[in-house]
Design a protein around this ligand. Structure first.
Ligand SMILES: NC(=O)c1ccc[n+]([C@@H]2O[C@H](COP(=O)([O-])OP(=O)(O)OC[C@H]3O[C@@H](n4cnc5c(N)ncnc54)[C@H](O)[C@@H]3O)[C@@H](O)[C@H]2O)c1
Length: 445
C-alpha cells in the first residue's frame, strides 16, 4: 500500500507535490478552494504551468483525486501537506490567514479521526507561526492536543519554478521542524517514499526550521548580489571580466560556483520576499539584519543602474526594447522581475518601451497596462528599438542574428545593445552595435 497523503492547495507547488507522491505509488487526495483546480486535477489536467507536471499526471493510474471536502481528505489519509499562499504584508512579514483557515478545516477532519495523523506546513511562514497560531487553530478545531493526539511539522520547500518536480524528487536535504520526534519520524518516512535518493533529514524545532528557510533565501540573495557587485566593479576596471573572476572564485570549496554570475538583480516569488521578511523579523524582535538590508538595497539599485547606462547612451526620443520579462527563463512568472521593473522605470523616465518575452507577455500586459507596448517577436522588438536590453537569459536570445542590428537609428548611430548576461559573441556584436556587456571593463589603454 502506498503512502496516503492529502495536499491542501493545488497551486504552483501543491499540485506538483501531489503528483510526485502519486507517481511514486501514493494514494493522494488534493484539496483546493478553487473549483477550477479541483476539476482540472480530476480530469487529469495540470491546473498550473510547471515543467514536466502534465507528463507526470499523464502517467498516473487513478491514484490522485481532488475534492473540496477537508474531512474526506484528512480521514482518508495519514499525512496532510498545507501548501496555500502566505502573501507578504506591508511590513514585509508573511500573512498566515490562508494557512490558519486551512488548518481550521483540517482540524474538523482530525476531530473525526481516531488514528494518528501528521499535519505538515509547507507554505513559508514567519518564525513563531507554526508553534503559535497554526498549532492553536488545529487544536481548537479538532479538540485534540498537538504532539499527543496528532503531529505537526514545518517543512518548507526548496524549489524553483521550472524545476519544482526535480527539486521535490531530489532535494539537497529535508528540512523538518517537528512538534515531537514521532511526527518528524513519520514525515521523514513519507518523504523517503517519494524522493529518489534517500535525502538526509535535518530535524529540529519549529522556530529553527522557520528561521532556516528564511536564512537560506537571504543567503542566496546575498550571494547573487555579491556577484552583481563584482560585475559593477569590473565595469570600471580596465581589462576586467566578471566571468573569469567569479568562475575562479567559485572553485574555492568554501564558496562554490552556483548563483555567482554577475548580471542584474534577482526577482521571483521567494528570494526577494524571504530576504525582506528576515529584515522585518529582525526589527520586530529588537534586532538588526544589516547584511540582509544591504542586499535588499543593492538589489533595488540594479534597475536604476541600468536606467543610468541607457540615459548615458540615448535620450528619451529613442525607443528602448526590453528582451525578457519573466523573472528567469522557462517560466511566465513576473513577480519582482527585473525586466518588468526596468520597463516601468524607463516609462517613468519618458522613454517609449517595447517589450518581448517568449512566455510572460500576457501576465505583464495585465500588470503594466498601456505604459509598455509589446512586440510579436524578438526580431520585431529589435527592429523597433534604438536601445535593446537582454534582461532575462532565455536560450532563444542567444540565437539572435547579428543581421538584425545592422539597421541604423534615426540619427545614423548604431543601435545600443546591453547584454546583461553576456549571451552574445562580443566580437561579432561589438563590430555592428554599441555593444555593452555588463561586467566587462574597458579595454586596456
Ligand atoms: N512558488 C514558489 O516558487 C514557491 C517556492 C517556495 C515556497 N513557496 C511557498 O509555498 C506556498 C504556496 O505557494 P504557491 O506558489 O504554490 O501558491 P499558489 O498561489 O500557486 O497556490 C496556492 C493554492 O492554494 C489554494 N488555497 C488557498 N487557500 C486555500 C484553502 N484555505 N484551502 C484550500 N486551498 C486553498 C489556492 O486556490 C491556490 O490554488 C507559499 O507560502 C509560498 O511562499 C512558493
Amino acid at each position: 500500500m502506498g503512502a496516503k497523503v492529502s495536499v491542501i492547495g493545488l497551486g504552483k507547488l501543491g499540485c506538483p507535490l501531489a503528483a510526485c507522491f502519486a507517481a511514486n505509488g501514493g494514494e493522494v487526495v488534493g484539496v483546493d478552494m478553487e473549483q477550477r483546480a479541483v476539476d482540472a486535477v480530476n480530469q487529469g489536467k495540470a491546473p498550473t504551468v510547471e515543467t514536466g507536471l502534465q507528463d507526470l499526471m499523464n502517467q498516473l493510474t487513478g491514484n490522485l483525486r481532488a475534492t473540496q471536502d477537508f474531512v474526506d481528505a484528512v480521514t482518508s489519509t495519514d499525512v496532510t501537506f498545507v501548501v496555500v499562499p502566505t502573501p507578504s504584508g506591508e511590513d514585509g512579514t508573511f500573512i498566515n490567514d490562508y494557512v490558519v483557515a486551512a488548518c481550521r478545516s483540517i482540524g474538523q477532519g482530525l476531530k473525526e479521526k481516531s488514528s494518528y495523523h501528521v499535519v505538515t506546513i509547507v507554505s513559508t511562514v514567519m518564525p513563531g507561526s507554526t508553534g503559535g497560531v497554526i498549532r492553536q487553530a488545529l487544536e481548537e478545531a479538532s479538540g485534540k492536543t498537538c504532539g499527543v493526539d496528532f503531529g505537526l511539522c514545518y517543512s518548507p520547500a526548496f524549489v524553483a519554478l521550472g524545476s519544482v518536480i526535480r527539486n521535490f524528487l531530489r532535494p539537497d536535504y529535508l528540512l523538518i521542524g517537528e512538534s515531537d520526534p514521532k511526527a518528524g519520524e513519520t514525515l521523514e518516512q513519507f518523504y523517503q517514499c517519494m524522493c529518489d535518493d534517500e535525502p538526509r533529514a535535518e530535524r529540529m524545532s519549529f522556530v529553527n526550521a522557520e528561521l532556516t528557510k528564511l536564512a537560506t533565501n537571504a543567503f542566496v540573495s546575498t550571494k547573487i548580489t555579491f556577484g552583481n557587485m563584482m560585475a559593477q566593479l569590473c565595469e570600471h576596471l580596465p581589462g576586467a571580466d566578471v566571468d573569469i573572476v567569479t568562475s575562479a572564485l567559485g572553485m574555492d570549496s568554501r564558496i562554490g560556483v552556483k548563483y555567482l554570475k554577475g548580471g542584474i538583480g534577482y526577482g521571483g516569488p521567494c528570494l526577494d520576499r524571504d530576504n525582506v521578511a528576515l529584515v522585518a523579523m529582525a526589527g520586530n524582535i529588537g534586532s538588526e539584519a544589516i547584511l540582509a538590508e544591504a542586499t535588499d538595497r543593492a538589489n533595488r539599485l540594479e534597475v536604476s543602474r541600468l536606467v543610468d547606462i541607457i540615459k548615458s547612451k540615448r535620450d528619451t526620443s529613442n525607443t528602448v526594447g526590453v528582451l525578457g520579462l519573466s523573472y528567469k527563463p522557462d517560466t511566465n512568472v513576473i513577480d519582482a522581475s527585473q525586466g518588468v521593473l526596468l520597463a516601468q522605470a524607463l516609462g517613468k523616465e519618458g522613454y517609449p518601451v517595447v517589450a518581448y518575452d517568449p512566455a510572460a507577455m500576457e501576465t505583464t500586459k495585465q500588470m503594466v497596462g498601456e505604459s509598455v507596448t509589446f512586440a510579436a517577436s524578438a526580431e520585431r522588438c529589435i527592429e523597433e528599438s534604438a536601445v535593446i536590453v537582454i534582461s532575462t537569459p532565455w536560450n532563444c536570445f542567444a540565437e539572435i542574428r547579428p543581421g538584425l542590428f545592422t539597421g541604423k537609428t534615426a540619427d545614423g548611430a548604431p543601435k545600443v545593445l546591453i547584454d546583461c548576461w553576456r549571451m552574445l559573441n562580443a566580437e561579432t556584436f561589438a563590430a555592428i552595435t554599441d555593444y555593452v556587456p555588463l561586467g566587462i571593463g574597458p579595454e586596456h589603454q
